[in-house]
Ligand binder design. Structure first.
Ligand code: ATP
Ligand code: MG
Length: 557
C-alpha cells in the first residue's frame, strides 16, 4: 500500500482559489463539533481534512463549538473534545470559539431580517409547522401569521427574548418560499423558545437560534474561507447562502464531502450515547468504542488514525470503508514503534529437567528488530517456564512444527529444548511438559548447524508477572450494525464476544509499565497498557492482532 496521499476535489478548489486570489489567498477552515458527545473516528476524518488543509496552505483552522442546543450539551463533552483534537494534532492555538459567543450578534441579525420583512413570528406549534410544510410534490401552506407587520414581529420577537412566552408557543421563521422544491426554503425556523440553562450563557437566553441560522453566520464572523462539512448539509447550503446574502456579511464557501462509515462500526453520537447510557460499554472511552478516547485507550496512535484518514481521502458519494483498512494502519504504525516483549496468554508449564535448580540466566533480548536505537533488555530464564498451550501438541497434526514429544524447538532468546515426557491430570489433560535443553545452543543457534523448524516464546514461571489481558472483537457482530429486523434496534447486533478477559503471564520488564505504553507481545499481537493497570496487576488491551506473525517467525527460524 502506498503512502502517497492523492489530491482531492477540496484541495483542488483551494488551489484554484489561491491562484485566482480569492479570499486574498487566505485559507481559514474550522472544525465545528456540537458538544453533545465524544468525538469519534468520523470526526477524526473531518479534523484531518480541516487542520490538514490549513497547515498545508499556511492557513489556520479554528476549533468552534456549535453549541446552539443547550438541552443536549455538557461541559464534559467540551473538555473531551479539546483533549481529543489536541491529541490528534489539531493545532487551533488560541482560536477556540463558541457559537454561543455570537448569540447577541446572531440575535441582531434576526432583527435585521425582520426589519427587511424577511422573517416573522409564527404562533403555530412545532407540529403544525411540520404538517404545513407540504411534500416533495406539493407546496406547503403559508402560515396564517406570515403577513404580520414588521412592528408586530419585532415586538413579539423581543418579548420572546424577554421570556414572556412558554417553550414552543412561538418561533421566528424566515419568510422565503413555501413552494420551494428545497424544503429548507419553506419558511425555516430561525429561533425557538427554550427556557433551558446553557453551559456558557447560563440563563441569559430563553430563545436559541436553530443550527441553520447560526452555523453559516458563525463561519462568517470567523471569516472562514472554506467551510467544509459532510454531504447531508448540501441541501442546506442554499439557505446558508441566502441568509449571508440578505445580511450582506462575509461569505464563506461551503464544500461538502462524504461521511465516513466503517464496517462493524456505528458512527452516530446519538447511538454511541445509548451504548454508554444503557451500559453496553464501560463508557465513552471503552476500548471497543469508535471514539477517539476509546481508540486511544485501545492503543491506536494519533498517527495511525491520521494515516488512515489521509488514505481514505474525500469524495462526493457516501460509501463504507472496511474496518480492516483502519486496522492495517494501526498495525503498520505499531510495527514501527511498539517495543517487543514476551507474554504467555494461555500458560502451559514446561520443566527443563537438566537445567540446574535455582539457576537464573539473564538473556539479552532486542526491543525492536528494525530499530537498533530501541536497545536491548534482559529476560530471566530458569528451570520452570511457561509457554502457550497452543505451542504444544501431544499428537502433532501434519505440518505442526512446534513442541511435541521427541521434537526439538528453539526458545526465543534461549536454548533449543526437546520434549521428553508429559504429565497429565486425572482427566487426561496435559498439565506439564518435561524437556531437556542443549547448553551449547545458548543464544539460539546450534554449533553443529542443526536446524529447528520452530521458535516459540516463553516466560520464566518464577519471574513472570500475572497480568490481565483484555481481548477485543468488534463491538457489533454484523457488518452493518444498522441492519436489524423490523421493530428491533441496533443493540440486537451487539457482539456478545466483543470482550474476553484473560489471565496472562508476562515478562517482568512489564511490571509498572505506564498506562498508554504500547507493546508487541511477540507472536501474539499488539497490546497497550490500560488506565486500570496497577503495579500489582498490569492490565493490557489487545489493540490489534498480529496478522501472519506466525508465518513470519517460522520462516525466520
Ligand atoms: P453524529 O451524527 O455522530 O452526531 P455530527 O455530524 O452530528 O455527528 P458534529 O459534532 O456536528 O457531529 O460534527 C462536527 C464535524 O464533524 C462536522 O463538520 C461533521 O460534518 C463532521 N463529522 C461528523 N461525523 C462525521 C463522519 N462520520 N465522517 C466525516 N465527518 C464527520
Ligand atoms: Mg451535528
Amino acid at each position: 500500500m502506498s503512502d502517497a496521499v492523492p489530491s482531492h476535489f477540496i484541495r483542488d478548489i483551494i488551489l484554484e482559489d489561491i491562484k485566482s486570489g480569492k479570499h486574498d489567498g487566505r485559507v481559514q477552515t474550522r472544525f465545528p463539533p456540537e458538544p453533545n458527545g465524544y468525538l469519534h473516528v468520523g470526526h477524526a476524518k473531518s479534523i484531518t481534512i480541516n487542520f490538514g488543509l490549513a497547515e498545508e496552505f499556511g492557513g489556520l483552522c479554528n476549533l468552534r463549538f456549535d453549541d446552539t442546543n443547550p438541552s443536549k450539551e455538557e461541559v464534559e463533552y467540551v473538555d473531551s473534545i479539546i483533549e481529543d483534537v489536541r491529541w490528534l494534532g489539531g493545532d487551533f492555538g488560541d482560536r477556540m470559539f463558541y457559537a454561543s459567543d455570537y448569540f447577541e450578534q446572531i440575535y441582531q441579525w434576526a432583527e435585521q431580517l425582520i426589519q427587511k420583512g424577511l422573517a416573522y413570528v409564527c404562533d403555530l406549534t412545532g407540529e403544525q409547522v411540520r404538517e404545513t410544510r407540504g411534500t416533495p410534490t406539493e407546496p406547503g401552506t403559508e402560515s396564517p401569521y406570515r403577513s404580520r407587520s414588521v412592528e408586530e414581529n419585532l415586538d413579539l420577537f423581543r418579548r420572546m427574548r424577554a421570556g414572556e412566552f412558554p417553550d414552543g408557543t412561538r418561533a421566528l421563521r424566515a419568510k422565503i418560499d413555501m413552494a420551494s422544491p428545497n424544503f429548507n426554503f419553506r419558511d425555516p425556523v430561525m429561533y425557538r423558545i427554550l427556557h433551558a440553562h446553557h453551559h456558557r450563557t447560563g440563563d441569559k437566553w430563553c430563545i436559541y437560534p436553530m443550527y441553520d441560522f447560526a452555523h453559516g453566520q458563525s463561519d462568517s464572523i470567523e471569516r472562514i474561507t472554506h467551510s467544509i462539512c459532510t454531504l447531508e448539509f448540501e441541501d442546506h447550503r442554499p439557505l446558508y447562502d441566502w441568509y449571508i446574502q440578505q445580511l450582506g456579511i462575509y461569505p464563506p464557501r461551503q464544500i461538502e464531502f462524504d461521511r465516513l462509515s466503517i464496517t462493524y462500526t456505528l458512527l452516530s453520537k446519538r447511538k454511541l450515547l445509548t451504548l454508554v447510557q444503557d451500559k453496553h460499554v464501560s463508557g465513552w472511552n471503552d476500548p471497543r468504542m469508535p471514539t477517539i478516547s476509546g481508540m486511544r485507550r485501545r492503543g491506536y496512535s494519533p498517527e495511525a488514525i491520521s494515516n488512515f484518514c489521509k488514505r481514505i481521502g474525500v469524495s462526493k458519494t457516501n460509501g463504507t470503508t472496511e474496518l480492516q483498512l483502519l486496522e492495517y494502519y494501526v498495525r503498520e504504525d505499531l510495527n514501527k514503534h511498539a517495543l517487543r516483549v514476551m507474554a504467555v496468554l494461555d500458560p502451559l508449564k514446561v520443566v527443563i529437567d537438566n537445567y540446574p535448580e535455582g539457576q537464573v540466566e539473564h538473556m539479552a533480548a532486542v526491543n525492536h528488530p528494525e530499530d537498533e536505537s530501541a536497545g536491548t533488555r534482559t529476560v530471566p530464564f530458569s528451570k520452570v517456564l511457561y509457554i502457550e498451550q497452543d505451542d504444544f501438541r501431544e499428537v502433532p497434526p501434519p505440518k505442526y512444527f512446534r513442541l511435541s514429544p521427541g521434537r526439538e524447538v528453539r526458545l526465543r532468546y534461549g536454548y533449543f529444548i526437546t520434549c521428553t515426557s508429559v504429565v497429565k491430570d486425572a482427566a487426561g489433560k496435559v498439565v506439564e511438559v518435561h524437556c531437556t535443553y542443549d547448553p551449547a545452543t545458548s543464544g539460539g543457534n546450534a554449533p553443529d548447524g542443526r536446524k529447528v523448524k520452530s521458535t516459540i516464546h516463553w516466560v520464566s514461571a518464577e519471574h513472570a508477572v500475572d497480568a490481565e489481558v483484555r481481548i477485543y472483537e468488534t463491538l457489533f457482530a454484523k457488518e452493518d450494525p444498522n441492519d436489524v429486523p423490523e421493530g428491533a434496534d441496533f443493540t440486537v447486533n451487539l457482539n456478545p464476544k466483543s470482550l474476553d478477559v484473560q489471565r496472562a503471564k508476562v515478562e517482568p520488564s512489564l511490571r509498572g509499565a505506564a498506562a498508554g505504553s504500547r507493546y508487541q507481545f511477540e507472536r501474539l499481537g499488539y497490546f497497550a497498557v490500560d488506565a486500570d493497570s496497577t503495579l500489582a496487576v498490569p492490565v493490557f488491551n489487545r489493540t490489534v492482532a498480529l496478522r501472519d506473525a506466525w508465518a513470519k517467525i517460522e520462516a525466520k527460524a
